[in-house]
Design a protein around this ligand. Structure first.
Ligand code: IPE
Ligand code: IPE
Ligand code: MG
Length: 248
């Protein structure tokens, strides 16, 4: 993709996170079974990963499966897991060509063995790539992530590796699944719902949030460009006044 003239190359969000919602409704609107919406949604994932790279985004985080999504009917969960595995196998070559490194946010142990093994393989093979960091949030829940971090930090205190008053925001953030990565600048949710659904509750404290009605299977490069254009038109104040921000 050519760099779009409507975007300012100096104000590209470093980290873009996306709640990919609306696959089921996309299929239902066409009287198709819901998994077909997920299948077409995979094409949106491929398009968005390539576009993110072309736009010089450094970190892309896609919410693919939540800790709550296990409550769905088994046939839908199985279809999602199958699509995930085939996506990873198909995409590996492209990730290597484009210097993309894959990471997983979430507890991998509950994923089916075949998915976990494929995921581990792709993560290992792309680990040395230093281009786009592509995080897949899988069996991800922000509350579980925070509890995991609390336990890790508490354990360090218990064994004397850390003093309680040594716990600050930076240290805590380093124990989240996103440790070492910058917070998202832009958080997009497709599919028309205006909620976070247990996604990046800590990290999104100052993210610009963009809710869009477009259903995920219809979301392509141009829609990502639109989201970034809106983002670039906003003033991020981080608690300061508008005048203070303009002067700096
Ligand atoms: C998002 O689409 C994909 C996942 C949550 C796995 P949905 O499947 O939630 O689609 P809707 O919201 O039911 O339309
Ligand atoms: C959020 O979508 C999770 C993912 C996109 C993976 P959901 O469709 O599960 O969210 P709710 O249930 O509408 O809040
Ligand atoms: Mg949904």
């Amino acid at each position: 993709m050519q760099f779009p003239p409507e975007l300012d190359p100096d104000k590209i969000p470093v980290h873009v996170a996306i709640i990919m919602d609306g696959n089921g409704r996309w299929a239902q609107q066409r009287s198709m079974p819901r998994p077909l919406g997920h299948k077409v949604g995979v094409e949106s994932v491929q398009a968005v990963v390539r576009a993110a790279d072309d736009l010089n985004i450094k970190v892309l985080t896609l919410y693919a499966f939540s800790t709550e999504n296990w409550k769905r009917p088994p046939f839908e969960v199985n279809a999602l897991m199958g699509l995930l595995k085939s996506f990873l196998l198909r995409e590996l070559e492209t990730m290597l060509e484009n210097n993309v490194s894959l990471r997983c946010l979430g507890q991998k142990d509950r994923l089916p063995k075949a998915v976990r093994e494929t995921l581990d393989k792709v993560i290992a093979e792309t680990a040395d790539n230093d281009g786009l960091i592509f995080n897949l949030a899988l069996n991800y829940g922000s509350r579980v992530e925070i509890i995991d971090a609390v336990q890790a930090v508490a354990h360090k205190c218990e064994v004397g590796e850390l003093a309680v008053d040594g716990i600050d925001e930076e240290l805590f953030a380093a124990h989240l699944y996103t440790g070492g990565l910058p917070d998202p600048d832009l958080l997009i949710r497709t599919g028309g719902e205006a909620r976070l659904s247990n996604f990046l509750l800590w990290q999104a404290s100052y993210a610009e949030i963009y809710f869009v009605d477009t259903l995920w299977p219809d979301f392509r490069e141009d829609d990502l460009v639109d989201a970034i254009r809106v983002y670039q038109g906003r003033q991020r104040r981080f608690g300061k006044t508008g005048d203070q921000v303009q002067q700096s």
